[in-house]
Design a protein around this ligand. Structure first.
Ligand code: VG1
Ligand code: CO
Length: 548
């Protein structure tokens, strides 16, 4: 077997976004496109030569092809060992777990997360560092810089590796170790949560749940953990077989895309608990009977009750949330007397805080919750955390959240997404807001009676408290007296046009007012956001595409 050096030229736009490089499959299928990016990883992450690497993906279309290319390139670039998930499968949190457990020099995860899959849909690749988390900007920038000057890559001439047999084989000097993608992760979960209590909950017969894996990567993980280890009834896991196109669905666990689960948990006969995860297994949605837990509330509830689980019985050192995430967790942190950090969108910003022990839990409004057990958000972990709380408190999901609101107040919260809008129009909208920012503080918006007075308005910038790195222009924040907020930013994970995200939040201390329909409770602020940002005239959209 021989390594070839292939001449190549740079591609435009290989800049990783919020979470890796995501493009249409057709982009990745262009000759040299994937290879250039992978070579840029090997050229800049020099510890990989002679070291080990974790490799796997969410099973979407092009996953297996990409893995074969990366294995041959790893061999030609002097990587000593690659741990690859059987069938090419590794969820994002499992990849993080395995990087940490086996102390590899990093990992490559193939996923476009919640974006649809298939020949005409999306593919993605991201590099995770040796701590197990997504590469920080310093690393992704270096990789991107390299893609702009690359003129050759190295690849071994070899046959495809059998990804479906657990065990070791060789590709030139490289040892390819096909591993069980679930075992290490399941063991970690068993060490954090009270599996006996959850088992009893299932065997009591009075608690029934469904987990919707959305034909994405968590199917095998959920079947092993929920059905085999915890004894949930067979069939608890729906859509449990990973498919290359996710069965034609959109593997995004929210009220729109997981509507089947919403229906199953509705009405008097509905299931007590419903949960779903996304394409790569790092997101979670939690439902009770006739009850939706907003991800922001979920983070706050987990923080307030963490000591009820074995893994967090000593309490939490601190909590962090992404900037657009509601301030519900801030109130819990204050009550617990621990720090609460506000970071830009994207999991990479939690890494330093977790490594430094400054936080134990962290989360994002986008159905992401996690802790210091790995360095990624973790969908199934959040579901197990909720099951542990339900078992420990012997309360329903709705009761747990209502109690929480009574104690801390309720942060009404919604996100409105305008998808696939014209990129120039989207940039123009944000530029217009940037110009408005200095004039906003002190203004009364939404009418003088019952209106909202602007307390601050800025374009969010973050200085990492550990390494001092600065991230600017991370979203428009308009804060009002009393804690209400409007946040607007453009998505960094889409592959077509632009997506405008509008996040709206309002605090309500009075428990007599905790039961309003969310969109109704937030209607005045929603109107303010639409008018201030001139959404309809600039984007041509009268309504958002997705409301969560
Ligand atoms: C979105 C979410 C963000 C999340 C990111 C990756 O990014 O808003 O909170 O970290 O997806 O999640 P954006 O830039 O489109 O708003 V995943 O599950 O796609 O890895
Ligand atoms: Co994801």
């Amino acid at each position: 077997m021989q390594a070839s050096v292939i001449r190549t030229t740079p591609f435009e736009g290989q800049q990783p976004g919020t979470s890796g490089l995501r493009k249409k499959v057709a982009s990745f299928q262009q000759p040299h496109y994937l290879e250039n990016f992978v070579q840029a990883i090997f050229d800049t992450q020099t510890k990989l030569a002679g070291g080990s690497l974790v490799l796997g993906g969410d099973g979407r279309f092009y996953n297996r092809e990409a893995i074969q290319v990366i294995l041959r390139m790893a061999a030609a670039n002097g990587v000593a060992r690659v741990l690859v998930g059987k069938g090419g499968i590794l969820s994002t949190p499992a990849a993080s777990c395995i990087i940490r457990k086996y102390q590899t020099q990093g990992g490559i995860v193939l996923s476009a997360s919640h974006n649809p899959g298939g020949p005409s849909e999306d593919f993605g690749i991201k590099f995770n560092i040796d701590a197990g988390g997504p590469a920080p900007a310093s690393v992704t920038n270096a990789i991107y810089q390299r893609t702009q000057t690359i003129d050759q890559y190295r690849i071994l001439d070899a046959d495809a590796v059998d990804l479906d047999q657990i065990g070791e084989s060789r590709l030139g000097e490289l040892v390819v170790q096909v591993i069980d993608p679930v075992a290490d992760y399941a063991e970690l979960m068993a060490s954090l949560f009270d599996f006996n209590a959850i088992q009893q909950l299932f065997s009591s017969g009075s608690f029934r749940m469904r987990f919707d894996a959305m034909h994405a990567v968590t199917g095998p993980y959920a079947v092993e953990i929920l059905e085999r280890r915890l004894g949930a009834e067979p069939g608890t896991v729906m859509h449990g077989v990973p498919l290359e196109d996710f069965g034609g669905g959109h593997p995004d666990p929210n009220l729109v895309h997981a509507h089947e689960l919403v229906e199953l948990t509705s009405g008097a006969q509905g299931f007590d608990f419903g949960a779903a995860s996304d394409g790569d297994g790092d997101r979670n949605m939690v439902l009770g009977r006739d009850f939706f837990v907003t991800p922001s509330d979920s983070l706050a509830v987990l923080a307030a009750n963490a000591q009820l689980t074995p893994g967090y019985k000593h309490g939490i050192s601190g909590v962090a949330r992404s900037m657009p995430t509601s301030q519900a967790a801030d109130r819990v942190a204050e009550a617990l007397g621990v720090d609460c950090f506000e970071t830009p969108t994207g999991w990479k910003f939690f890494g330093n805080l977790l490594d430094a022990g400054r936080i134990t839990l962290c989360g994002e409004e986008s159905f992401g919750t996690g802790s210091d057990h790995v360095r990624e958000k973790d969908g199934l972990w959040a579901v197990l955390f909720w099951l542990n709380l339900i078992a420990a408190k012997r309360q329903s999901v709705a009761e747990i959240v209502h109690d929480h609101w009574r104690r801390f107040g309720r942060n009404y919260y919604t996100r409105h997404d305008y998808e696939g809008i014209d990129s120039d129009a989207a940039e123009g909208l944000i530029d217009h807001l940037r110009i408005l920012l200095p004039s906003l503080p002190g203004q009364q918006l939404g009418g003088t009676n019952g209106g909202f007075k602007v307390a601050f308005a800025d374009d969010f910038a973050y200085t990492d408290p550990i390494d001092g790195s600065v991230a600017e222009q991370q979203g428009i924040r308009i804060g009002f007296e009393g804690g209400a907020r409007i946040v607007l930013r453009l998505s960094g994970t889409g592959t077509q046009g632009a997506t405008l995200r509008v996040y709206i939040e309002q605090y309500e201390a009075d428990s007599a007012r905790h039961h309003l329909p969310v969109q109704e409770a937030l209607a005045p602020l929603i109107l303010i956001a639409r008018e201030l940002a001139q959404i309809e005239s600039r984007t041509g959209r009268a309504q958002p595409d997705v409301i969560t």
